[in-house]
Write a protein that binds this ligand. Structure first.
Ligand code: NAP
Length: 245
């Protein structure tokens, strides 16, 4: 009951004749919405603001309290130009952001509906926000590491609603602690869940939520019925409507 299947040994299942299904497509908008929630929350320091009030620190309006980043005119870099990456771009266009994208199959210097395709290093160097939308596999494992983090602006915010293993957690923690990176907002982590004493959870510039990308009533109902259709097809020896091949 998911679109990503990096937690399954596909080759071993195939070898044993076990059919595998997933639920692509129906999670796209919910996950893009959560990506944008994280982007806005970190840009405007929403959680810090809530804590500021709860801790009794708020005395009065002040011109320089909790200043954040304006989305209009900021650059969003989307890594993984698939269903969710494109849905995030649609939302960013509504906020007048400049949009860069990178995928294995995109050609740098081409553009599509106001989205400029670039190589990975250019995307990392030029973006104020970098949002990850690739599956976790051998080619994407720790794609965001010490070297790629060093290319990013020290004010940039990294958003991950893809899979935890796409980011090296140690390198990310160090980058945030050392001012190499401005902030991060994560729906997915490695490991998942993070232990409560994990250093990422004590950083003011890290926002972590518990893998809730597809957690809307509507999407979970659609995922449930897609999974049930796959199961019924499987037990009645029919081809799965949504099969992982
Ligand atoms: P998708 O449509 O298959 O898009 C993934 C894109 O990543 C593909 O278009 C592929 O593009 C690109 N890609 C793959 N390997 C790459 C690489 N090494 N370098 C650059 N680009 C690469 O999948 P989706 O539906 O958008 O979902 C994306 C991922 O989001 C899923 O795999 C899942 O892990 C995650 N997800 C998370 C949640 C959540 O709850 N947080 C919910 C849904 C999905 P090209 O092959 O064209 O380059």
């Amino acid at each position: 009951m998911a679109v990503g299947y990096n937690n399954i040994d596909v080759a071993a299942a195939k070898e044993r004749g076990i059919k595998l299904g997933n639920t692509p497509g129906v999670l796209t908008d919910a996950t893009a919405d959560l990506t944008f929630s994280l982007l806005l929350a970190s840009a405007r320091r929403l959680i810090e603001g809530v804590e500021y009030i709860r801790e009794g620190k708020w005395q009065t309006w002040h011109p320089s309290v909790l200043l954040g980043v304006e989305l209009r005119g900021s650059t969003l870099g989307i890594i993984g130009w698939g269903r969710i990456g494109k849905a995030v771009a649609k939302r960013a266009a509504g906020f007048d952001m400049r949009i860069l994208a990178y995928s294995r199959s995109t050609t740098p210097s081409e553009s599509e509906d106001g989205v400029q395709f670039v190589d990975l290093n250019t995307l990392l160097r030029e973006s104020d926000f970098v949002s990850l939308h690739v599956p976790q596999n051998e080619s994407t494992y720790h794609m965001i590491n010490r070297e790629t983090l060093a290319l990013m602006k020290p004010t940039a915010i990294l958003i991950n609603t893809a899979r935890g293993g796409v980011v090296d957690p140690l390198a990310l923690t160090e980058a945030l602690q050392q001012g190499v990176l401005g902030g991060t907002a994560l729906d997915v982590t490695d490991p998942e869940p993070l232990p409560p004493d994990h250093p990422l959870l004590s950083l003011k510039n890290a926002l972590v939520v518990p893998h809730i990308g597809s957690a809307t009533h509507q999407t979970r109902a659609l995922m449930s019925s897609m999974s049930a259709d796959n199961l019924i097809a499987g037990v009645t020896n029919q081809p799965l409507p949504n099969s992982i091949s």
